[in-house]
Design a protein around this ligand. Sequence first.
Ligand code: PRP
Length: 216
Amino acid sequence: MIGGDMRYLTFALGKGRLVKDTMELLNKCGIECEEVLDKKTRKLIFTNEELGLKFFLAKGPDVPTYVEYGAADIGIVGADTILEENRRVYEVLDLGFGKCRMCVCGPHDAKSLLEHREMIRVASKYPNIAKDYFFNKKHQTVDIIKLNGSVELGPIVNLSDVIVDIVETGSTLRENGLEVLEEICPLSARVIVNQVSMQMETERIRKLINAMKENL
Ligand code: PRP
């Protein structure tokens, strides 16, 4: 029970693919918060009075923002989003689920454009990751086009030569005649923590992180 001068610790959870595994993990830790998944309600934030915790769901890319500004103490979100947003937060734990890869993908023919460092067009939901990869790692000048989803369309409708996107099973690529051309990095769900919260609430946050670690 929250009491004395104990304050609530707030979790920001990324909506989408990671939610199910995140909930399962928190449940195993004895942290009840399924209410956030209740589709019947329009309520955005839920409180577990017993543990002094609050939870809300947010769009993935907003999770690091909430955590950087301290609107949430702890966030659970994909490594892709953490890399793309590049916020000042501590990344404290790899949860190991939501495993996938950030890749450069395209039609088979596009491989030679990469090999010859051509000035190609790259469509992505992750312009910062794409920029870092092509400019800093590959020293290849490219034109980056930001899209907001269904990025595989890029090469199909000739918007771009290749895409930078997440590959999980590879079935989206296969079904659209595309393939992985280069691998950028492995991805998975991560726990991030606000830098001030980490100093002020070290013990409570450490305990929560340990509980998550033990239940992975
Ligand atoms: C992601 C990603 C790929 C797909 C990869 O998209 O952008 O399109 O999943 O998964 P697969 O390798 O298992 O096929 P998501 O479904 O999250 O939606 P989006 O296309 O709107 O970004």
